[in-house]
Design a protein around this ligand. Structure first.
Ligand SMILES: NC(=O)c1ccc[n+]([C@@H]2O[C@H](COP(=O)([O-])OP(=O)(O)OC[C@H]3O[C@@H](n4cnc5c(N)ncnc54)[C@H](OP(=O)(O)O)[C@@H]3O)[C@@H](O)[C@H]2O)c1
Length: 268
């Protein structure tokens, strides 16, 4: 990692990256990129604490005075503000035709982004996930784009999608992250209620889920349904829990939740 004390520079001239919105996902990207390079990065001043922390830590990261200054000194502009304020933030900004725009704003379509960022010629959408901070994120992008693909391949794996409907499906699927952790929490909370030490419960559940994720990753041809089948002994305790949560609709109800997210992503 290229921390503040190091001064190695690559020979080629890298694109200058600018972030509009310096929050959770922007910080994860800045940290992840620093694992493999140190192209100049300019952050918008909000959030002030996160921007200061990143610029203190990395010598190639600076903080602009305002959002327009980010645009004026960047080639690739990454939009990482919340959807609710995106319109009002972007309408005040002056984009250039040669700007490349990478929007992470989950609920704003490509057509709308093109209107908001005109006359910028290139606009791409991406849904990076927090593990990009460790270079371990799968990132759907739309439309396919060489520069965005290279960037997200450095942060894990870019998944290029040829149409926006497919991109929306991946975006909706990524909305299961919090539920995944809530699922893990309900197991550890139950263990603690039965007297297990909190740290031991956390270690056990985290390692179990990590191991199971690796099982799925190294056997991509085995579908998750087949893995669910493989991981329950007939008449055993896994089968018992699986039956109960299935009977109670816990699994099927995810479909409804994801359908609702998809409707939100496609309001028109
Ligand atoms: N988190 C994820 O896992 C994830 C994944 C993929 C995509 N996204 C998308 O990325 C976007 C950001 O998500 P996030 O989780 O990083 O949210 P976040 O932590 O709330 O970050 C958004 C940042 O925007 C800043 N901001 C507010 N007003 C601003 C303005 N006028 N100009 C510039 N910046 C301003 C906020 O600063 P203050 O704190 O000072 O208000 C905040 O730090 C969202 O559109 C989300 O859909 C997030």
């Amino acid at each position: 990692m290229h921390e503040k004390t190091e001064s190695t520079m690559t020979d080629s001239t890298p694109a200058r990256l600018g972030f509009i919105g310096t929050g959770t996902i922007a910080a994860a990207i800045v940290e992840g990129l620093a694992l493999s390079g140190e192209e100049p990065i300019l952050l918008s001043p909000r959030n002030a604490d996160i921007a200061a922390r990143l610029s203190d830590r990395f010598s190639h990261v600076g903080v602009a005075n305002d959002n327009q200054a980010v645009l004026d000194q960047s080639d690739l502009v990454i939009l990482a503000v919340r959807p609710q304020i995106a319109d009002s933030v972007l309408e005040d900004l002056k984009f250039r035709p040669d700007h490349r725009i990478l929007s992470l704003i989950a609920t704003v379509s490509l057509a709308r982004l093109r209107e908001w960022t005109a006359p910028a010629a290139t606009v791409v959408r991406g849904v990076p996930l927090p593990p990009v901070a460790r270079g371990e994120g799968p990132t759907p992008i739309f439309p396919p784009d060489k520069e965005a693909r290279a960037l997200f391949d450095r942060l894990g794996t870019a998944i290029e999608l040829a149409d926006e409907s497919a991109f929306d499906i991946f975006t909706a699927a990524s909305a299961t992250m919090a539920s995944y952790f809530a699922f893990a929490h309900s197991i550890t909370a139950w263990m603690q209620r039965h007297g297990t030490d909190a740290a031991q419960a956390h270690r056990f559940v985290a390692q179990m889920l990590k191991g199971l994720s690796e099982t799925a990753a190294i056997a991509p041809d085995a579908g998750f349904a087949a893995l669910a089948d493989e991981h329950q002994t007939r008449g055993g305790i896994n089968e018992q829990v699986f039956r109960t949560v299935t009977r109670d609709g816990v699994i099927d109800n995810l479909d409804h939740a994801l359908d609702d997210v998809l409707r939100r992503l496609r309001p028109e």
